[in-house]
Design a protein around this ligand. Structure first.
Ligand code: FES
Ligand code: FES
Length: 195
């Protein structure tokens, strides 16, 4: 016999809603539609409120350059820029980025040309396995916009939230200093040309 299913929200005739016990709700009932501009492109998705920003970026948008090293907001491998600030994306919910702008490591190179910080990491061998590198570069990107002529101490302090288990940090610090220098001289060249 083909019986019609009784909708969950409505009690069968003669029985009150309370008699049926608590209403069953699953995570799908709480999903939110979010809209985030990622690397200049507007992206839209329906996500659970518990979804972390790093999982949204990696698993929903498939931008796997942002890494996950710890899930406890210690290592900094998941660092990206949210509304212009470097953040650990494993410590933020995707819904918190709704309406915002995200920049990931994939958004740094322009027209096939690496960003000066990426170039400097390449030139100074600022990596070994490369696992920490996207997070290091995104942290350096934010830092160098605020401090274009940092001391070694300031660089070390700026990257202190990013852990590297391979390099001993020497070449990473060199790379950030070299990036600062090349960005400064690029600015000087542009200013000089304008005159
Ligand atoms: S994965 Fe986010 S800080 Fe380690
Ligand atoms: S280069 Fe391997 S963790 Fe930093």
């Amino acid at each position: 016999m083909n019986r019609r299913k009784t909708p969950r929200s409505r009690a069968p005739k003669g029985r009150s809603r309370a008699a049926l016990g608590p209403r069953k709700v699953g995570p799908e009932n709480f999903k939110h539609m979010i809209r985030v501009t990622v690397n200049g492109v507007e992206r839209e998705a329906t996500v659970e409120p518990r979804l972390l920003l790093v999982h949204f970026i990696r698993d929903v948008l498939r931008l796997t350059g942002t890494h996950i090293g710890c899930d406890t907001s210690n290592c900094g491998a998941c660092t990206l820029l949210l509304n212009g600030r470097a953040v650990k994306s494993c410590a933020i919910f995707a819904v918190q980025a709704d309406g915002g702008e995200v920049l990931t490591i994939e958004g740094l190179a322009k027209d096939g040309k690496l960003n000066p910080i990426q170039e400097a990491f390449w030139d100074n061998h600022g990596l070994q396995c490369g696992f920490c590198t996207p997070g290091m570069i995104m942290t350096a990107y934010d830092f160098l916009r605020k401090n274009s002529n940092p001391s070694e101490f300031e660089i070390r302090r700026a990257i202190s939230g990013n852990l590297c288990r391979c390099t001993g940090y020497q070449n990473i610090v060199k790379a950030v200093a070299a990036a600062a220098e090349s960005m400064r001289s690029a600015k000087v060249t542009v200013t000089a040309r304008r005159r």
